[in-house]
Write a protein that binds this ligand. Sequence first.
Ligand SMILES: C[S@@+](CC[C@H](N)C(=O)[O-])C[C@H]1O[C@@H](n2cnc3c(N)ncnc32)[C@H](O)[C@@H]1O
Length: 242
Amino acid sequence: MESERRIDWTRAQSLPRRYDARDIVPIITIPGIKRSSQPSQCQKPRGWIGRFVLRSMNRRHARVTQWGLQHVTIRENDTILDVGCGGGVTVAKLAMAAPHGKVYGIDHSEASVAAARETNRSLIAQGRVTIDQASVSALPYPDSLFDLVTAVETHFWWGDIAAGMHEICRVLKAGGRLILIAEFYNGPKYAKYADRIRKFTSMAVLDVAQHRALFGEAGFTDIRVTEDVPAGWLSVVGTKSR
Ligand SMILES: C[S@@+](CC[C@H](N)C(=O)[O-])C[C@H]1O[C@@H](n2cnc3c(N)ncnc32)[C@H](O)[C@@H]1O
């Protein structure tokens, strides 16, 4: 029988302060200045600024990641994919939770892939982790490979979220699970900023019902939403139907 365990992420490492999504989202609007056609450094890190942003995200996303991962069971021999893996700290955490499994990370940014490979250098050498450069809309994996797919602080940047969700569903085994974790969504804390963010960034500002619809339309069932309303955090778990 497969052993199951839940990780108490709050004990896994010391926790940085909670920070506000306003730290990363340009909400202040300057009259006459339109948003750049370049993707933001959060959407596609690049260059030396991207390397700095990736190091910072590895630290700053630790708390929301720990909170979110408590809402899903990780088995010690699971095959796991972390989509939009950024600097790769979540990949390392997942490898700790699944010591007899295998963890893959993908990201469409060359800088993210390089940073995630550096973060996971020894796990890659042991054959426990693989990092690939790819878009969520074209995952370089066969059907039904993964037990669990995680996506932390990334789905709102995907452009075509529905296509990404379908592609994730394809690579999940029947009964496999997807968890989206975000420290920003269109809930009570940030609703007042939603219109400005939509106007000045390419970020998708979705509410709970829209998240549920995305999961349902992609073929997930048993959709479980957890909100931390004061923090403005969201996790959504869905299971690929059998
Ligand atoms: C805000 S960062 C979060 C990184 C990491 N998950 C974390 O929690 O620190 C978003 C990441 O998603 C990646 N990303 C955005 N859109 C993507 C897409 N369509 N396919 C693959 N990766 C994507 C970006 O390159 C970036 O590394």
